[in-house]
Design a protein around this ligand. Sequence first.
Ligand code: FCB
Length: 451
Amino acid sequence: MAERPRETSDRPGLPPGFLWGVSTSAYQIEGAAAEDGRGPSIWDTRCRMKGGVGDGSTGDVSCDHYHRYAEDIGLMKAIGVDAYRFSLSWPRLLPTGKGPVNPAGLDFYDRLIDGLLNAGIEPWATLYHWDLPQGLDDLGGWTNRDSAGWFADYAVLVARRYGDRVKHFATFNEFSVFTLFGYAIDWAAPGVTDRAAHLKAIHHVNLAHGAGVDVLRSLVPDVSIGAIHNRQLVLPEGDKPENRAAAALLDEHWNRAFPDPQLLGCYPPQIAEAIAPYVAAGDMARICRPIDWFGLNHYGPIFAKADPTKTWGFGWGETPADAPDHGVGWPIFPEVFRDELLELTRRYGLPVYITENGCGGDRDAPDADGRVIDGHRIRYLEVYHQAMRDAIAAGADVRGYFVWSLLDNFEWGSGYGQRFGLVYVDFPTQKRIPKASAGWYGDLIRKERGT
Ligand code: FCB
């Protein structure tokens, strides 16, 4: 299903039918890591490696969403969202990545999807949010060209089982983050740091995306397919020429290594040269398949600096000391978000859904009355919401907005130290407390809808 053509509206600002949602991902919230036949993923492995996760924690239990999904649907209903973006756990459905399926895993997502539909919430499913089955990593993971076929087979299973009820699918979440941090900079699973491995992973993930799009298109009636990219302006730290060069290369890796081949049919110049040995005849056409929307995850710009100790010679630089904080409590750059939305519309010409935007921090805690008053998050969301409206007013084709995240959860290498939720989770008791920002978001949605 192609996205509806954009309608015009008398209401200033947002197009009619604008979609409001919240996002999560499987490994970050489900827990039940060794239950009901789920196989291990590369993140289960990383959590057990010394230094793999800052606070030594794991996703074994996390928010226990596997058992508490009905309560979590209730929380979404209370906020009043239109849609819920979640990811399917590949190792819960196919414990070793290929071969035998896990019926209990299939049943879990049936219950989740049916619960969402009964609550009037549209399910938006991402096929891959970083939790590759360990069994596939043992075969080389994304460095193995067969990985595109493994992903396509997994997509067939998902499409056949859920395609009657789920119509919005994204192939991958943040292609460049998990490939760069997993295969070039050791910040994510599987923790490889090697140029050739990284280049192969980039190309094979792109091939997997194209194969996944073809599967979903052919098996899911009325499907709407997207891909979710993190795009963030890359600026050099200071004005040194070597930092400018570092920023230019990081920009290719972070912002263009995936959307350009998928949507324009070519790699950006420096990557194109390096990746050529791994590109076979016909590959670019396999990667560049028509999709229906562009999913943007955006948090802020990146500052780059030259760092010869790193795989590609670039590293992360410092944010300028005088950067504006807009009352949030740390530097934020909403105008960069506005410009990014405009640039996306211009460069790729697809409807845009903001599939993640939100605000972390380690300060959220219940007060003496048991309330969690997260004023900094409300301020952040207000400012970014205004930037989105400014972009739309200037011509950006934005159709929806999802807050990251519904729940405080397992924040990858930061463990449980960073809370991004609209809902506070007391991990020892699993008690959920909607924060002030959950109330603010619900009010905003009702105001925007005029209900
Ligand atoms: C994004 C990830 C998401 C979460 C947020 C804070 O990069 O897609 O899983 O970690 O950042």
